[in-house]
Design a protein around this ligand. Structure first.
Ligand code: HEC
Ligand code: HEC
Ligand code: HEC
Ligand code: HEC
Ligand code: HEC
Length: 261
């Protein structure tokens, strides 16, 4: 790693650091040691004034080097940070083998029966145990697979569902802003109504968000149809989307502050 102390030309900062470290050390160690260190500082200070004038010309180069270092670190963080949200195919094992394919696909339940806040709040929220017990206090009351649900109900502890989709904390996302404007769950989560285990199907990367914010038209439908994942428009989706966007003034923002606030 690049460090200013290895480049004598900018050692002003290093002397300052060493000096303050020394102040701290002095309180901790015997005065003989701090004397030695004080001597070290003096030597560095001397060196600083001995550098010939031509080294001044190197300063812009060092500045470029430092900037390069910053860009490098940013890129590392960028790609490092991306890996976990770009998890297409992520499908953690859940504490209860709850199946959307059964409850939504076969039994025909609407998403909002369980994800009650999805139209009105930022979070879609996973349902409380009570929602399951509306049926499972009378249905399949003895099956082993539902034991964690019965236990949770008895103790008041929630079932510890594992999060599948997870944006970094510095990203602001809002379900209602999408759902209420006619972007279906299927655009971002795929055919959940056919999934035995919920699986992430989109990368949740910044470019994924921006691609749709720049061209939302193929993903727009009348808002009352957002939870009907099998719905297909009877006309060209792009043309329908453009008409809806026009009528409802839908115009997603690409400003940084929309998603980073
Ligand atoms: C529509 C939403 C959206 C907009 C607009 C947006 N971003 Fe992002 N940004 C994201 C998401 C989502 C991520 C997380 C991506 C990931 O984890 O791979 C992200 C990640 C980042 C990161 C990466 C940070 C890291 O540690 O990896 C930076 C930097 C960033 N955005 C800067 C910007 C800037 C600058 C703008 C404006 C030009 C902007 N973003 C506009 C959604 C957005
Ligand atoms: C009977 C209740 C119920 C219904 C109805 C339901 N879900 Fe869920 N959903 C859950 C539970 C419980 C979880 C958490 C366990 C899991 O991930 O399977 C969940 C998880 C999810 C997740 C993953 C959340 C995460 O951690 O990232 C998505 C996405 C999702 N549901 C979408 C939908 C969609 C779309 C519909 C309608 C088509 C729907 N759900 C209908 C109960 C329900
Ligand atoms: C509207 C009623 C209803 C609600 C609410 C409901 N379920 Fe179910 N669930 C059913 C029915 C009906 C079956 C049985 C289907 C069959 O096998 O014929 C079932 C089956 C199951 C099974 C499989 C049980 C077995 O036979 O092994 C599990 C696990 C399950 N549900 C979990 C949940 C969870 C977790 C919730 C809450 C998030 C929930 N259910 C909410 C109606 C419901
Ligand atoms: C525009 C894309 C988009 C749409 C449309 C969308 N979701 Fe999500 N959903 C996400 C993202 C992104 C996350 C992760 C949020 C986070 O980590 O902060 C998420 C997370 C979730 C979760 C986990 C709990 C939470 O709020 O973090 C559930 C449940 C869920 N979505 C259900 C739904 C349902 C049901 C619909 C349709 C009614 C829907 N989503 C529509 C992108 C979307
Ligand atoms: C499939 C299309 C689509 C995807 C994917 C998508 N968005 Fe959006 N987004 C929209 C539309 C459409 C709107 C509503 C614009 C309007 O109301 O004019 C919107 C609005 C928003 C808003 C509300 C802006 C406001 O002014 O209140 C936020 C925040 C947002 N999106 C963040 C995100 C982030 C973060 C992601 C990625 C994780 C994302 N979006 C992915 C289509 C999308």
């Amino acid at each position: 790693m690049w460090h200013p102390c290895r480049k004598a030309h900018v050692n002003v900062g290093c002397v300052a650091v060493t000096g303050s470290q020394l102040a701290g050390q002095e309180r901790l160690f015997a005065s003989r040691k701090s004397e030695r260190m004080a001597h070290g500082i003096a030597v560095i200070d001397q060196q600083r004034f001995e550098f010939p004038a031509w080294t001044d010309k190197l300063r812009p180069l060092i500045a470029v080097g430092a900037l390069g270092g910053l860009v490098y670190v940013t890129l590392i963080v960028w790609f490092g940070g991306s890996a976990k949200t770009l998890n297409v195919g992520f499908a953690p094992n859940q504490p209860v083998p709850y199946s959307h394919a059964l409850h939504v696909g076969k039994l025909g339940m609407d998403c909002r029966y369980c994800h009650t806040t999805v139209e009105n709040a930022a979070m879609a929220a996973v349902p409380p145990t009570q929602t399951c017990m509306n049926c499972h206090s009378v249905l399949r009351t003895q099956v082993a697979s539902l034991e964690p649900v019965r236990d949770a109900y008895a103790t008041g502890e929630p079932v510890h569902w594992k999060k599948v989709h997870d944006l970094p904390d510095y990203v602001y996302f809002n379900h209602s802003a999408h759902v209420a404007r006619g972007v279906s769950c299927v655009s971002c989560h795929g055919r959940v109504d056919q999934m035995e285990v919920v699986t992430q199907v989109e990368p949740l990367s910044m470019s994924w968000c921006l691609d749709c914010h720049r061209n939302p038209y193929p993903n727009l439908r009348p808002p009352e149809l957002v939870t009907d994942l099998a719905w297909e428009p009877s006309e060209d989706p792009e043309a329908l989307g453009r008409r809806l966007a026009e009528e409802r003034h839908i115009n997603p923002s690409t400003d940084c502050s929309t998603c980073h606030r």
